[in-house]
Ligand binder design. Structure first.
Ligand code: GCU
Length: 428
């Protein structure tokens, strides 16, 4: 599964704005019962928990209490204070989880994940960007010191999954999408985990998932049982548990990021876990930051058909009812308020519906304003391509030229946005 293979228009779906069926966006500031949300206390005590519950019941499923309470063991298995030619301190940490009391997971279930952490050599503790990666830790930068761990694949024509060490040639193969050296030179660290450590991204692969440590074997799957997006988001929060205790990291300045399906996981992690001080969400698209009600590009039908295991079983009821689903991208990113939010789109990524992503950022801004923060003003038009907006407030947006991807343009803008709010770590 490659993150960037899916950017093109898929035939049979709608891409023409003028043909969208009329739709009404959900209002983050209106309770399900119609009552307007008029102050911060009401947002925090009533509407925010209501929206979280709606996402648990209709899309991502519930993160089990036993998983939130998981016992985790951290072991630093490698450290180098002069990594990347002296630019960084590198740590590799094995994070291992105990099964919940009374649960005997299948032998093949994952029990651990490997965190790769870089912080600037010259200056730490540092703010850190945390994200899951698609291709293994060895892919994020060309660094011979990264200890590779097995990655999942399904060879063509085979039904069985393969879990084996990645080819040496994949070292740094995702470097363009991560820009580790750019981050370090600007005073930011990077923390990353291969998402397959938590659960392989394939249908019928749940026996390998870390979810098995917390779900009772044989129990009937509840309609709101968590899926792999829930597990990936959970892994980000467990990484945060670790980062909070690592003296290299300024844990009050951790931004969570992700691209595409891993953007959906980052969105859900930031929505649930308020320790993330910022969300940098790159083209998380439908089921993430886009407006599903527009059904422009991907539909719930497509998501359910191709990736049913990402979601809770109840999500299937919304197939063919994109317009009625009680949750949507604007509600999801609104849960990040009043923390920093950057919604990023790409012009040629029509499958993710850039305009829908923009409308989400705009709608979520109403919550920031209610909470007394500056955000995007209401009813502004979508900005020109490659023009970022919102840097004077807590909600930023851009649509860059090009395809479904993460590029240096995205990272440069993320860094400037974080600098505006957190101060430039280089000058501290
Ligand atoms: C597919 C999927 C999207 C997802 C993307 C990705 O295109 O339909 O919802 O965001 O893969 O993860 O690259």
């Amino acid at each position: 599964v490659a993150s960037s293979a899916s950017a093109q228009r898929i035939p049979g779906y709608l891409y023409d704005e003028s043909k969208i069926a009329s739709y009404t966006m959900l209002d983050p500031l209106r309770m399900e019962n119609g009552k307007p949300v008029t102050n911060a206390a009401m947002w925090n005590a009533q509407r925010r928990p209501e929206i979280l519950r709606l996402f648990e019941e209709n899309e991502f499923g519930r993160t089990p209490d036993a998983a939130r309470a998981a016992v985790m063991h951290a072991k630093i298995i490698e450290r180098n204070d002069y990594a990347l030619n002296g630019l960084a301190v590198r740590e590799q940490i094995e994070l291992t989880f105990d099964p919940a009391p009374g649960v005997t997971p299948p032998a093949e279930a994952s029990r651990s994940m490997r965190l790769l952490l870089y912080v600037p050599h010259v200056q730490h503790p540092s703010p850190v960007v945390l994200g899951l990666n698609f291709l293994g830790n060895q892919s994020v930068v060309d660094d011979a010191g990264i200890l590779p761990t097995p990655v999942w694949s399904k060879p063509k024509g085979s039904t069985a999954l393969v879990h084996e060490l990645p080819a040496e040639s994949t070292r740094g193969s995702g470097a363009q999408q991560w820009q580790v050296e750019m981050l370090l030179k600007h005073g930011y660290g990077l923390a990353t985990i291969y998402y397959g450590d938590l659960e392989p991204d394939f249908k019928d692969a749940s026996q390998y998932s870390v979810r098995q440590l917390f779900d009772r074997p044989g129990a009937v799957q509840a309609q709101d049982a968590w899926g792999s997006l829930g597990a990936w988001a959970w892994g980000l929060s467990r990484a945060m548990d670790y980062l909070e205790n690592d003296p290299l990291v300024d844990a009050s300045h951790v931004a969570v990021t992700g691209h595409s399906r891993l953007g959906k996981a980052a969105d859900w992690a930031a929505a649930q876990d308020t320790r993330f001080a910022a969300l940098l969400s790159t083209e998380s698209g439908h089921g993430g930051q886009s407006i599903q009600r527009r059904a422009l590009g991907e539909t719930v039908q497509h998501l359910e058909h191709s990736f049913p295991y990402w979601f809770c079983p109840a999500y299937a009821q919304w197939v063919g009812h994109d317009n009625e689903i009680p949750v949507d991208g604007n509600l999801l990113v609104a849960l990040v308020a009043p923390r920093l939010l950057y919604v990023a789109s790409a012009k040629e990524d029509e499958w993710s519906d850039p305009k829908g992503e923009f409308l989400s950022a705009l709608s979520a801004s109403s919550v920031y304003r209610l909470l007394g923060e500056k955000a995007l003003p209401p009813d502004i038009p979508m900005p020109a391509v490659d023009t970022a907006i919102g840097f004077d407030g807590d909600v930023a947006y851009h649509e860059r030229a090009g395809k479904h991807d993460v590029t240096s343009f995205d990272w440069e803008h993320y860094i400037v946005f974080l600098n505006r709010h957190w101060g430039d770590p280089e000058t501290l």
